[in-house]
Design a protein around this ligand. Structure first.
Ligand code: 6PG
Length: 256
């Protein structure tokens, strides 16, 4: 039985960042041992990552960070998600470099990079590649593209339908930069204990309405098909991104 999505409308981006950090601190409080977080790329989450790095009294040694997707550029390229994470989450030195498990890109083809990340995940989660089990992240941050994509799972693309892999190459969608990517697949997204979308800006409002109140197909709006099997699903929205919602009964609506 899938849980009903929770929609939390934040008055501004600073509040959205604070609530995102709260998802980490609450998750840590409810668990023991290593707490594995998959980070979203793009421009929205940076403020939350910076705030997390400044959060006092975090059991930082318990946190390990992964990426939901990566662009096939070097890690010092302006479009690299690994670079964005290093500049925001790791910039202050609060978290050691060993706490972040990037997707290796240099010297790899997209397929090689995907395979290498799968091997990394197998080691990190103590799983056999190709087995029936799927890495279960404790927390998965995701973004939303205007076209309904999430991670690098783009509309109409083959990666949407791959279920026997944990990470796959993903040909460029409409989203700049037009480079190949590597993305976690739906089985991994939907295995997470908690999935939290971080979405801000008026340009996302119609897509937010479609995925929460419409019934788009997987190929039309992949983000609408992120439905954790047993985990929770939360949408942290700023008021602009939430402006198209009619407070439908299909989700629990809160303000922050
Ligand atoms: C990426 C992201 C992608 C992003 C959305 C939203 O690598 O670009 O993983 O899925 O989260 O495109 O991006 P913004 O936060 O920049 O709007």
């Amino acid at each position: 039985m899938q849980t009903v999505p929770r929609v939390i409308v934040c008055s501004d981006k600073a509040t959205l960042a604070r609530r995102a950090v709260q998802c980490v601190t609450e998750g840590l409080a409810q668990t023991n041992g290593i707490f594995r977080v998959a980070l979203a790329g793009g421009s929205t989450p940076g403020e939350a990552y910076r705030l997390l790095a400044q959060t006092p009294n975090l059991p930082k040694e318990r946190l390990r960070f992964f990426l939901g997707d990566e662009r096939m550029v070097s890690h010092d390229h302006k479009d690299s998600n690994a670079r964005m994470v290093r500049e925001t989450l790791l910039g202050t030195g609060a978290f050691g470099p060993e706490s972040f498990v990037p997707i290796q890109t240099d010297g790899f083809t997209p397929e090689q990079a995907a395979r290498e990340y799968e091997q990394t995940l197998a080691r990190e989660f103590g799983l056999a590649l190709g087995g029936s089990q799927v890495p279960q992240l404790d927390l998965m941050f995701l973004g939303l593209g205007d076209d309904g994509h999430t991670a690098s799972l783009f509309p109409q693309k083959p990666a949407l339908h791959i279920t026997e892999r944990w990470a796959v190459p993903s040909a460029p969608g409409i989203l700049p930069p037009p480079v190949d990517r590597v993305t976690l697949t739906f089985p991994v997204l939907n295995a997470a204990r908690s999935v939290v979308f971080l979405i801000a800006g008026a340009s996302k409002a119609e897509t937010v309405r479609r995925i929460l109140e419409g019934s788009p197909t997987l190929d039309e709006a992949p983000a609408a098909h992120v439905r954790p099997k047993t985990g929770t699903l939360t949408f942290l929205l700023d008021s602009e991104a939430a402006s198209g919602l009619s407070r439908d009964s299909r989700y629990i609506y809160e303000t922050a």
